[in-house]
Design a protein around this ligand. Structure first.
Ligand SMILES: *[C@@H]1O[C@H](CO)[C@@H](O)[C@H](O)[C@H]1NC(C)=O
Ligand SMILES: *[C@@H]1O[C@H](CO)[C@@H](O)[C@H](O)[C@H]1NC(C)=O
Ligand SMILES: *[C@@H]1O[C@H](CO)[C@@H](O)[C@H](O)[C@H]1NC(C)=O
Ligand SMILES: *[C@@H]1O[C@H](CO)[C@@H](O)[C@H](O)[C@H]1NC(C)=O
Ligand SMILES: *[C@@H]1O[C@H](CO)[C@@H](O)[C@H](O)[C@H]1NC(C)=O
Ligand SMILES: *[C@@H]1O[C@H](CO)[C@@H](O)[C@H](O)[C@H]1NC(C)=O
Ligand SMILES: *[C@@H]1O[C@H](CO)[C@@H](O)[C@H](O)[C@H]1NC(C)=O
Ligand SMILES: *[C@@H]1O[C@H](CO)[C@@H](O)[C@H](O)[C@H]1NC(C)=O
Length: 568
């Protein structure tokens, strides 16, 4: 699709462009897709054992939604499971439709067992791969699926049409009920048990017990090019991904096109997607597709297993060739990958900034109050793990969603004093004094006027331990201007900003003991959570919320809540 951008336009031009596109699509061939999602218990056998897993329509992974840019989705979700559930359409902008975003207690109350809710939203200006997943407790361990967005009818990819398309959704499997795993950790205050396997399209693959006969096969014909869409749907782990002997040409990420670059290895944090072209240019045979952890936290336990599928040339039966994968702690390879992304299309990066935020992100430790039972304080030295942004550990409301409270003016649900900078300045990535390790708790949000231009410096901390955090912002794509290690220094690091062709994404890999800088225009009214996409960290409070006010125009106002919006 051709899009003509002018770099002299004002910052509202992105939205007006989207408006033009959505109105164009309304008189072209935009379709409405209706789906029923029944959340239910389903027997799923993996690693020799059968579990009553929560699935959508009995499928694991769940159904793939395939649409064109400009189409509308209407998804009727019925909860026949025994847990609260909500569904988030990860990366979908949800312009004016925040009620359909999904995170529990942020934009809606959960759909309770027996309840239902219909999500309605339009895809506007996004092409490539996104995905959907549950956004309540750890239900998303098994409740997830792909969203494939083709170019608008009549338009084509900005690269030669591939001969075929394949989907690789990476997941994480516990040989236990994942809800029991997180409940146990919530009770003890310790880190939850690590997973027992990673999966490709729901299957662990040849390197695990009782799994070989179900290993996923990806067929190719010699000489043909495949578009492979890779999604990291794992709960808690960044993953390296590779295919033996084959080069991967990255063409998109998070439903935005990028300037093509070639690599052997991808690294995806949970939440991220990467679209690659792969030419079947090797000797006819079978080659392993493999993924395993990029584990950046020193000394922390992690699942060190490897999931595989088989890239299978037509009628080949040979023993699959195994690729080598980077070392688990190979931050150099992860960084080389994440810094290779450039926008394909000319971006409209805000150059003037209205809100310049500096937000520290990392773990923490809560001392247990006297008389707490030791069984509830099982983090190191009788403490409980926590996490925070700018020293606030985010607490979800429990009786109404933040969006309802904002829309209906219900007081007492949140406060608007989330700090724009850390309350205390310290050597964020150095040896942090123990007196700084315990954050405060609160439901603090940051308010933005419609159309304001926002820069956020995300600064990782070395409290307890440093690690890479995949930071996801709902309701927006943002430009990633730069990333680096150590403490962000405005004097020396500002010159590193890429204002020419920075990538547009919805999830940024915040480097271990490092920083990243993002920008966006607050052109979507609603309440939008920004959180670490390692689910273990969400529960500990590694989140905050932006409340974006309505603008004056018709496409600048939050819609009225749907009549079937679940109540708490
Ligand atoms: C977590 O792991 C421990 C040790 O292996 C085990 O005893 C416990 O049952 C596990 N918890 C859950 C919920 O599976
Ligand atoms: C994975 O970790 C276990 C112990 O936690 C260790 O015994 C095993 O050798 C490790 N495997 C690999 C492939 O590193
Ligand atoms: C990575 O791990 C290896 C051993 O597993 C260790 O020798 C090396 O120092 C680690 N590298 C980094 C950068 O932490
Ligand atoms: C736990 O206590 C021991 C002994 O006082 C100390 O060496 C260690 O650093 C402490 N660990 C943490 C995480 O506080
Ligand atoms: C929700 O709970 C908060 C804190 O517990 C309370 O202040 C508020 O009044 C409650 N709001 C509603 C709508 O029940
Ligand atoms: C960090 O600082 C503490 C106290 O200031 C000190 O006891 C500890 O040895 C230091 N650790 C390192 C790795 O420098
Ligand atoms: C966070 O706030 C608590 C409570 O005021 C304080 O003890 C701690 O030092 C603060 N830490 C940081 C990193 O600001
Ligand atoms: C389910 O959601 C309701 C609010 O709709 C809440 O009161 C209840 O605590 C939730 N249940 C669980 C198990 O989280």
């Amino acid at each position: 699709m051709e899009r003509v951008f002018s770099n002299t336009r004002c910052t509202f031009s992105l939205l007006s462009l989207l408006l033009v596109f959505s109105s164009v699509s309304s008189f072209t061939n935009a379709k409405t897709h209706n789906h029923d999602f029944v959340v239910q218990e389903t027997k799923v056998k993996r690693l020799c054992k059968t579990h009553n897993s929560i699935t959508v329509n009995g499928q694991f992974p769940g159904p793939t939604l395939e649409v064109n840019n400009g189409d509308t989705l209407v998804i009727h979700v019925t909860n026949k499971a025994r847990y609260n559930v909500t569904i988030h359409w990860h990366g979908v902008r949800q312009l004016t439709t925040a009620w359909a975003d999904g995170p529990e207690f942020i934009t809606q109350c959960p759909i309770r067992p027996g309840g239902s809710y219909t999500y309605r939203f339009t895809i506007s200006g996004q092409e490539g791969t996104l995905w959907w997943h549950a956004h309540s407790s750890w239900v998303r361990a098994t409740v997830y699926g792909a969203i494939i967005i083709h170019p608008q009818q009549g338009y084509s990819y900005p690269f030669p049409k591939p001969h075929r398309e394949s989907l690789i959704t990476l997941g994480e499997w516990w040989d236990a009920n994942p809800i029991d795993v997180i409940r146990e950790a919530t009770r003890t205050g310790a880190a939850p048990n690590v997973s027992d396997a990673y999966t490709i399209n729901g299957q662990p693959g040849d390197l695990y017990k009782c799994s070989s006969k179900d290993t996923v096969k990806v067929p190719v014909n010699p000489g043909e090019t495949s578009l492979i869409r890779v999604i990291n749907a794992a709960l808690n782990q960044q993953l390296f991904f590779t295919i033996a002997n084959h080069k991967l040409t990255v063409v998109g990420a998070d439903a935005s096109y990028v300037k093509p670059f070639t690599t052997k290895v991808l690294m995806l944090g949970p939440g991220q997607t990467t679209d690659v072209l792969m030419k079947a240019d090797q000797t006819s045979g079978r080659y392993y597709i493999a993924a395993r952890a990029y584990a950046s936290a020193q000394g922390a336990p992690f699942d060190n297993t490897t999931t595989t599928a088989i890239l299978e040339y037509k009628s080949a039966t040979s023993k699959p060739i195994m690729p080598s994968l980077p070392a688990y702690n190979d931050t150099a390879t992860a960084t080389a990958f994440t810094t290779s992304f450039r926008s394909l299309r000319k971006p409209i990066v805000p150059t003037e900034i209205d809100h310049n935020l500096f937000i520290t992100m990392g773990l923490g430790i809560n001392q247990c109050p006297p008389k707490t039972r030791p069984r509830n304080c099982q983090a190191p030295n009788g403490t409980r793990f926590t996490a925070s942004m700018n020293n606030v550990s985010f607490v979800l409301p429990s009786n109404v969603s933040i969006l309802q409270a904002h829309h209906q003016g219900i007081p007492g649900v949140f406060t608007t004093d989330f700090p724009a900078k850390p309350p205390v300045t310290f050597d964020y990535t150095g040896n942090v004094s123990r007196s700084l390790w315990q954050p405060t708790r609160g439901t603090k949000v940051y308010k933005l006027k419609y159309g304001s231009r926002v820069q956020i410096v995300l600064q990782g901390t070395n409290i307890f331990t440093a690690e890479n955090h995949p930071i996801h912002l709902h309701g927006y794509d943002f430009y990633i201007l730069a990333e680096g290690f150590g403490n962000f220094n405005p004097k020396t690091d500002t010159s590193k900003f890429n204002l020419v062709d920075p990538p547009l994404r919805n999830t940024v890999s915040l480097p271990v003991k490092g920083w990243a800088v993002i920008r966006f225009v607050a052109d979507n009214p609603g309440t939008w959570i920004m959180h670490c996409h390692l689910d273990v960290h969400i529960g500990w409070g590694l989140a905050t919320v932006f409340v974006v006010e309505d603008g004056p125009g018709p496409m600048q106002k939050l819609e009225q809540p749907p009549p079937d919006l679940p109540v708490c």
